[in-house]
Structures are given as C-alpha cells and as structure tokens.
Design a protein around this ligand. Structure first.
Ligand code: GBH
Length: 461
C-alpha cells in the first residue's frame, strides 16, 4: 500500500455529540423538559435509573469542550441543539428563550474563533415534552410539521449567518422504531403501525424544513442542509441476496429512497401494505431531492439471516455477529450489536456513493470498549480496543476515498466525551475523552491521540 495516499485538503474531521447526552443543566437557563426528561423519570426505562439531568455538564463546561477540540486539532464539530432550550414549550406560538439562543450563539462563536467548522443537528431525539402532551408529538402530522419547521426557521434566523452545515434529524429509524415501535427509547410507545406514521412525519418535517431553508435562508446564508441516517453494513449468514436486500430496505432504503428518489421501496410496501402512509404528489415533490448530502451514522456490520417468524418492522431479518463458520467479525464491544469490522465500512461507503451519488459525511462512527465503565479512569484512558477500531475504520475510509473513488467529505468520531448513553445511562461509554462523573474531569484517552495523529498524517496539507 502506498504510504502516499491522503484525503483531500478540504476533508473535515472531528467529533460528534448530542444535546441531551452531554449538556445537563436540564432545568437551567429557561429549558423545559424534552421527551427524554420525562422518559428517564419513568421507572425501569434507563438501565441505571439515571437521566441527562447532569450528563457531562457541557452546558456549564462548554468552554472546556472547545479547548479539548482545539487540542485534538479537529477541523469540525458536530453537536445538536436542544429544541426545548430554544422554544421551551416547543410550539409555533410559544415564546423563544433568548438565554438558549445566547448559549448556542456563544458556543458557535468560540468554535469559529478556534477555526472549527460547526455541523449543527436540529433534532437529535429530544423533542419538547410539551408537544407530546399537547397532541402526541411526532404522531400528529399537521401539528408537528408546522412546529418543527417553525423551530428550524428560528434556528436558521438565529445562527444561519455563522452556520453553513445543517442536519435536520439524527437517525429517523431510531426515533420511529425505538421510540414508537419497541418503546425502548422515548417516548416509549409500543405498536406496529404508529412507527411507520412517525417515520413518514419525520420525512415530511425534514423536507419542509429544507424547503424553508432553501427558499428563505440559503440565498443569503449559502449553507448546505441534509439528514443523517443510520445504517450498518450486512453480510449474509448463508447466501441469500433477497434477505440482504430486504434488510437494507427496512433499515435504510425506506428513508433514503423517498429522500433521494421520491418513493418508498417496493418490498416495504408489499409487506406493510396500507399501514405505510403515502405521499401526496405535492409532498413527494418536496421530499424528493431534499438532502444536499448523505449524512451517515455507522458503527458495525451485522451477519444477517432470514427469520420468517421474526420482527416484521425490520423485514423479518435476524441480526448477529457470528459467521456460519463460527468465526466472529471482530473485537466485541460493551454492546451486543457492535463489533469492529473495518471492511464493512469500506463496502457501505462504496454502496452509498454508487447508489445515491451524493457527497457523504460520516456524522458518527465509534466504539464502546467492553467493561470500560468498571475500571478506573487511569485504566480507561488506555482504550486499546477503541484505538484499534479507529485504526481499522480510518483505513477503510482512506481506501474508499483514494482507491475506490467514493466522495466522502467528512468524518466525525462518536464521541468527543463519555456521555449519557440513552437507555443504558452511564453504563456504556463512547468517548475519546474520559469523563469522571464525580468531578466532571475530562482526560484524553489513547484513541483521541490516535485520531489526531492519523488525520494529521492523512490529509493533504
Ligand atoms: C447512535 O445511534 C446515536 O446517534 C448516538 O446518540 C448514540 O450515543 C450512539 O449511537 C451510540 O449508541 O438493540 O434495538 O436497541 C447508533 C444506532 C441505534 C445502533 C440503537 C444500535 C440498538 C438497537 N444505534 N441500536 S436495539
């Protein structure tokens, strides 16, 4: 392999975070509860009984976060805005919280001052509880679209002069399926029809926000806007192209095809029938072409098998991580679903580039070291398995770009900090920076040093 291969000079790399996972100060600065605040208070929902009330304390320690980012030499930082910090009650006629606007404005200015390009996510799962109470949140098509577009416009107006990269939603698959299907995530609704409605409404809200940006803000502000979808690469357990296609359709194509091609995939329509909502011709025209780039969150590869008695919502596909010859894909993480397997990342980038022909930003990629929560901070900072993961995934990234020609323009490691890992509370850590939750002290781990050096060496000067 040539030691010469490098990413283009403009390539952006950095870390990603999300408001509810890092900010804390849940009742400070005029913020009102999101659906995650309410969900965390429901007994049994969060494995360690915790919440994001304090999290990594970034609402107070945001300056330290920027110092860390600067010390890591990143070029970009992806974070999310808390809707209920900006419009506490959430709705289009509800008051805007100037303290919330000011908080993000100051953070953005500090990032720019340090030469760090912000990527701003509008919705990383923490929609206002007030809207859920009032009309069912994401289930109520007409109300939520208007309220979301209003919120988006408030953000474009407040920050658009200094933000050039917008992401509408993080992982609509998780919001719909886990929030309104299995109920593992907020708001904890269980059912087999509603999550299709929520997914549909998320697509529409995204598309109308993009339309508003393009018509009312982009001419003066000139930024780009898109959505982030989550997808893992798959390897069939036994040879079955139909299972592979079905797995992809139910995970990714059901969001990507409406956005990039204007329609739901046929396989999904056949199986879900009239429980799958339809786009009116006017809606279809707005949804199609509604993303300037492909925002991709990806963590691992799954070994998949047809499972006729299994879960319809994922296309009757069973996910595993052991091949039919008994071998495992790679190093096991703290999570069952996550193993290290770099070649799958290269395949996925190639597949997405060939299929959708949109510039790709990898908006999340990362690893949870097994038992990392059970060791001292001194031990945890030597996160060998995470560094090995990043070594494999950056190698795959470089190959996809320089050997295969995939148009990948950015890469964000998940995550800058250890943080609140949703239903797993503080038991699972993804940070390249150790957070001691007693003192909120931040300590760089070895994986942070690895990525800093790797990108320094592999981006053209
Ligand atoms: C990301 O989702 C999130 O964007 C981020 O906020 C989070 O901290 C990070 O992952 C690490 O988990 O067994 O049915 O619950 C990645 C997509 C969604 C993959 C949940 C694993 C578990 C499926 N993940 N999924 S289930």
């Amino acid at each position: 392999m040539s030691g010469e291969a490098k990413l283009p000079k403009e390539f952006l790399w950095g870390y990603a975070t999300a408001s509810y996972q890092i900010e804390g100060s849940a009742s400070e600065g005029g913020r009102a509860p999101s659906i995650w605040d309410a969900f965390c208070k429901t007994p049994g929902k969060i494995r360690d009984g915790s919440s994001g009330d304090i999290a990594s304390d970034s609402y107070r320690l945001w300056k330290e976060d920027v110092v860390l980012l600067t010390s890591y030499g990143v070029k970009a930082y992806r974070f999310s805005l808390s809707w209920s910090r900006i419009i506490p009650k959430g709705g289009r006629n509800d008051p805007i919280n100037e303290e919330g606007i000011q908080f993000y404005r100051t953070l953005l200015e500090e990032l720019l001052h340090n030469g760090i390009v912000p990527f701003v996510t509008l919705h990383h799962w923490d929609s206002p509880q007030g809207l859920h109470d009032k009309y069912g949140g994401w289930l109520n098509k007409d109300e939520i679209i208007e309220d979301y577009v209003n919120y988006a416009k408030v953000c474009f107006r407040a920050f658009g002069d200094i933000v050039q990269n917008w992401i509408t939603h993080n992982e609509p698959w998780c919001v719909s399926l886990l929030g309104y299907g299995s109920g593992r995530f907020a708001p904890g609704h269980v059912g087999d029809t509603e999550h299709w409605i929520v997914a549909h409404n998320l697509l529409l809200a995204h598309a109308y926000a993009v339309k508003a940006y393009r018509e009312e803000f982009k001419p003066a502000q000139g930024g780009q806007i898109g959505i982030t979808l989550d997808c893992q690469w798959t390897i069939p357990y036994d040879d079955s192209p139909e299972t592979t296609a079905r797995a992809l359709d139910f995970k990714l194509t059901r969001f990507a095809d409406p956005i990039y091609r204007g329609q739901y995939p046929a396989r999904v329509k056949t199986i879900i029938g009239d429980r799958l909502p339809e786009f009116s011709p006017e809606e279809r025209a707005i949804v199609q072409g509604s993303s300037d780039f492909f925002g991709l969150n990806t963590y691992t590869t799954h070994v998949i098998q047809h499972d006729g008695d299994g879960d319809e919502s994922v296309g009757f596909v069973k996910m595993g991580h052991t091949r039919s010859d008994g071998t495992q894909l790679g190093t096991q993480s703290e999570f069952d679903w996550l193993q290290t397997y770099g070649p799958g990342f290269r395949n996925l980038l190639n597949y997405l580039w060939k299929t959708y022909q949109k510039p790709i930003y990898v908006t999340e990629n990362g690893f949870a070291v097994k038992n990392e929560n059970n060791v001292t901070s001194q031990e945890a900072i030597h996160d060998k398995d995470r560094a090995e993961y990043f070594e494999q995934y950056t190698k795959a990234l470089l190959q996809a770009v320089t050997e295969d020609g995939a148009d990948v323009r950015g890469y964000f490691g998940w995550s800058l900090l250890d943080n609140f890992e949703w239903a797993d509370g503080y038991l699972v850590r993804f940070g390249v920076t150790r957070v001691d939750y007693d003192t909120q002290r931040r300590t760089p781990k070895d994986s942070a040093a690895f990525l800093s050096k790797w990108f320094k060496d592999h981006i053209h000067g």
